[in-house]
Structures are given as structure tokens and as C-alpha cells.
Design a protein around this ligand. Structure first.
Ligand code: CO
Length: 214
């Protein structure tokens, strides 16, 4: 209970600090949000979206799950994406994974973890797409790090494969979709330089014709 009570105490102290630097801080935020950025990150407690990029409340729309996956049957992810892109008109979508990701480690193992195995399966599929490259890396730590990067890149493309993103691209060449990897050992983010903002960057089979459903 000590930790629990401390959280509520921390909250009251935070409110006091924010109000003392700007008395209208909360009334301004209460008027509405217009974040320029959608963050799709890992649920890992060590990778708090706002904190690591110095973004204050109001700047980042956030979706997090195990291993920052973009699974196209995930109604939660699709709803966040559609609202962020079609209503909030975010200019950037960032898929941010991280080295040392437990989801990736689980996917590389043959162990059962319970219900989560069904989620991890999507990560194992990414391994299959890159099996040759990954199997050729004999150092397990390096293989894991490369798998983490390849998984992030795969999720960038998975976003691009949605009609939500492609319809937005055909109208405005926006949003830009980026892949980042966060290093929990030193706090630094590496841009994987896989930014896309048009469907020509996708394999032909995934390119929708412009315009909505006829
Ligand atoms: Co993780």
C-alpha cells in the first residue's frame, strides 16, 4: 500500500508544480488535443513514450503493446490508428521498439508462456520472413538486436499496408511513418531510416488503388 499511496501523493505534487508554473495549464489542456505524433511502442515499463522524447502532455497520441506490433486484426490498434490519422491528422507515426525486448526474446525461444504465445506468434512470423539473415548471425545477442530492428521495420510496413494509411497518403502524402529503436542501456534512440509516406515504397501486391471502396 505504501507504493500505491505514494502514487496518489506524487500526482498531487505534480499538479501543484504544473499550476505554479502555469495557472492555466490544465484548463488549456482540457480544451482539446491536437497531437502531431502517434507513437506505437512496446508496453515495456522502461520505455515511457513522452519521457524519452521530452514531449509534454498533448503532444503524443500513444498505443503500446507487447513488442510494438501492428497486427491488422487488432481492433484496438486500428481504432487508435484511424482516429489519429483521420481525425487528429497526425503528421508522424513512430514505431519505437527497443533493444532487450522481452517479446522478441520470447519469440526467439521455444518456451510456452501461456495465452501470450498467440501474440508472440506474430513476432515469430517476422523471424520466418528474415530467417536466412537471422540464422546467419551466430552471436545470439547480435541476432536478437537485429531481430528487434527487423521487427520494427516490418511494423512500419504493416502500417503502410492498411487502407487507413494509404488513403491518407493519397490525399496528403502524410503521415510519415518512421521506425526507431530505443537502447535501454544508454537511453538513446536510433532512427532506422525506413521512413515511408507513399505506397510506392510497398510491394506492388499491397498497393491499394487511390480512392475509397467503390
Ligand atoms: Co519490449
Amino acid at each position: 500500500m505504501e507504493l500505491y499511496n505514494k502514487l496518489l501523493q506524487n500526482n498531487r505534487e505534480w499538479v501543484e508544480r504544473m499550476i505554479s508554473s502555469d495557472p492555466k495549464y490544465f484548463s488549456k489542456l482540457a480544451e482539446g488535443q491536437k497531437p502531431p505524433l502517434l507513437w506505437i511502442g512496446c508496453a515495456d515499463s522502461r520505455v515511457p513514450a513522452n519521457e524519452i522524447i521530452g514531449a509534454p502532455p498533448g503532444e503524443v497520441f500513444v498505443h503500446r503493446n507487447i513488442a510494438n506490433m501492428v497486427v491488422n486484426t487488432d481492433m484496438n490498434m486500428l481504432s487508435v490508428l484511424d482516429y489519429a490519422v483521420s481525425i487528429l491528422n497526425v503528421q508522424h507515426v513512430i514505431v519505437c521498439g527497443h533493444y532487450g525486448c522481452g517479446g522478441i526474446k520470447a519469440a526467439m525461444s521455444n518456451q510456452q508462456f501461456g495465452l501470450i504465445d498467440n501474440w508472440i506468434r506474430h513476432i515469430k512470423d517476422v523471424y520466418r520472413f528474415h530467417q536466412k539473415e537471422l540464422d546467419d548471425i551466430h552471436d545470439i545477442g547480435k541476432r536478437e538486436s537485429r531481430f528487434i530492428e527487423l521487427n520494427i521495420i516490418e511494423q512500419v510496413y504493416n502500417l503502410g499496408k492498411t487502407s487507413i494509411i494509404q488513403n491518407s497518403w493519397s490525399e496528403s502524402k502524410s503521415p510519415f511513418i518512421h521506425g526507431w529503436v530505443y537502447d535501454i542501456r544508454n537511453g538513446l534512440i536510433k532512427d532506422l531510416e525506413v521512413t515511408v509516406n507513399e505506397n510506392n515504397d510497398l510491394l506492388k501486391i499491397y498497393q491499394f488503388e487511390t480512392g475509397a471502396v467503390k
